[in-house]
Design a protein around this ligand. Structure first.
Ligand SMILES: [Zn+2]
Length: 114
């Protein structure tokens, strides 16, 4: 999986695109949007760390919307978010975007079921 910034609306969306943010413009709220906001709740790194705890709680509670979303992500999913501040990034550095946490959680879930 990889992550892309969706701020530039003119960029074509790849196949297997999944928006992962809060409701914004034409984007409907994703079940895995980060409830913690950069600036209001902390720095980028802090709100992503908070998201990691939030997401793990949702998985432990078996939250249907969150677990379904993660489970349905294909291995080649492209995760879209506004919190990335760069061009495309591979799903490697969690400090850049909460979608890196999402990709890891989805991979972990898939491995658990196998
Ligand atoms: Zn993000």
């Amino acid at each position: 999986m990889k992550s892309i910034n969706v701020a530039d609306r003119s960029r074509p969306r790849p196949q297997n695109f999944y928006y992962c943010g809060r409701k914004c413009g034409e984007f409907e709220a994703s079940p895995v949007g980060n409830p913690y906001v950069i600036g209001r709740h902390g720095t980028r790194e802090e709100v992503i760390a908070m998201f990691k705890i939030w997401l793990w709680d949702k998985i432990k509670q078996n939250d249907p919307a969150v677990v379904q979303f993660l489970f349905n992500l294909p291995a080649d999913a492209v995760l879209g978010c506004f919190c990335l501040n760069s061009e495309d990034v591979a799903a490697d550095d969690w400090r850049k975007c909460h979608t890196v946490i999402i990709a890891r959680a989805a991979q972990w879930l898939h491995e658990c079921i196998r």
